[in-house]
Design a protein around this ligand. Sequence first.
Ligand code: ZN
Length: 161
Amino acid sequence: MSKLSSKHPFRIGRSRTGLGLFATQPLKKGTRVVEYSGPKITNKRAEWIEENTDNRYVFELNDKWSIDGSTRSNLARYVNHSCRPNVEAYQYDMKIWYRARWTIKPGDEILVSYGQDYFDSFIKPVGCKCNTCLNRRKREREEERRKAARKRAAKKKNGKH
Ligand SMILES: [Zn+2]
């Protein structure tokens, strides 16, 4: 894994949901961070894979071709989902790259949005564990607690009358 750092601006490391990619140097906005690589397959084949296997790494290129990103050499498959992603997929010359949406600091996990379809099918049912969603749920729980405390305080006050 240490060999990676010389070739790539990231390392594979442990994240909340398993393995993830982490920046090892500052990545300026627009930088190509990692290629989403793999064999080019027809969309017909892609459809078959999605219906008959657990492979969730098929990425559609256009109305004819997809990339099967399930191969070990595709390091982009370690990039986890976030609802506030710091990289985005873009297509260049029949290749898919993840590029920085803003400057990413060393140590930051590289995160992409898996898209609405994937989110609805696989993430929503179990609850999204990205920082944005965890923080939102934490804020909501705190707000609930504050509301409950206010209610109790009001009851106590009324009880004294
Ligand atoms: Zn989320």
